[in-house]
Design a protein around this ligand. Sequence first.
Ligand code: ADP
Ligand code: MG
Length: 303
Amino acid sequence: MSIRVNEVVKIYGKQRALNGVSFSIDKGEVIGFLGPNGAGKSTMMKIITGYIPPTSGKVSVCDFDILESSPEARRQIGYLPEHNPLYLDMYVKEYLTFTAEIYKMPQVKKRVDEMIDRVGLGPEAHKKIAALSKGYRQRVGLAQSMIHDPKVLILDEPTSGLDPNQLVEIRALIKELGKEKTVMLSTHIMQDVEAVCSRAIIVNKGNIVADRSTSELRIEMGGDGQGLVVEFSGRIEEKELLSINGVAGVLEIGKNTWRVRVSGNADVRLKISELAVEKGVVVLMLRQEEQRMEDIFKALTNS
Ligand code: ADP
Ligand code: MG
């Protein structure tokens, strides 16, 4: 087992940040730790990485207890903190060399070059960290977290604050890293989980409210991981939309504008435009509807 968390409680003063949390993560899994602000995600991650102790409960990483075998456990972990405190005045290579030396890595230069290559930092590697975009700073953070070749990566909100292009790139990179390492990433964005993770552990107010595979979660959310909003230039009948294979339900939300629920992973966009052509109308707008965290919480906590 890569990570085992057993009945962890964390109390800050009077604030109960974690309320007896248990879960385990197998070798090779990519887990989304999903929850709104204040849910306890960062607290859990700081406890797993050994930065703060739990009030009670046990955590082990690769079967090393994080308190009793702290050095061995921490050697297995790469950690990207939420507000990654990079040294802005340092050059990328200088910073990574510095972190490799802290870990007493052999062949520091070779290791730094490998990491730069691995996270796609090549074109920016000669710059000062201060000169990098948020997306490239995250790459520096990822390179730093992996410099000692840990088995487990703990990434605290690795996609927050990225623009849409950077978001796609960093998700792809994390997915790639997940082929070699066990990854636990926290996020408040459902799409991160859909794009990258095989399983989601959902936390709210210090409690786990769901622990499901991404596909199970999609079904639980009402049979659809996705919804579309489509606006046509003219009239389309409800039954015409429903006749499309993969359309699970429709709702007219405005003039010639429909919300379309899609079952499973079906891609119905082409069929929707074909239907429009057939009926002599045009698709004026078609967008993926964001599955909002709040909707998921309602669904999970109301049951
Ligand atoms: P998340 O990362 O999910 O946003 P956190 O783990 O940062 O949540 O915080 C969980 C709760 O614990 C919040 O209510 C937060 O205000 C509180 N908290 C976090 N760190 C501290 C601290 N050092 N002292 C007191 N309260 C804290
Ligand atoms: Mg946090």
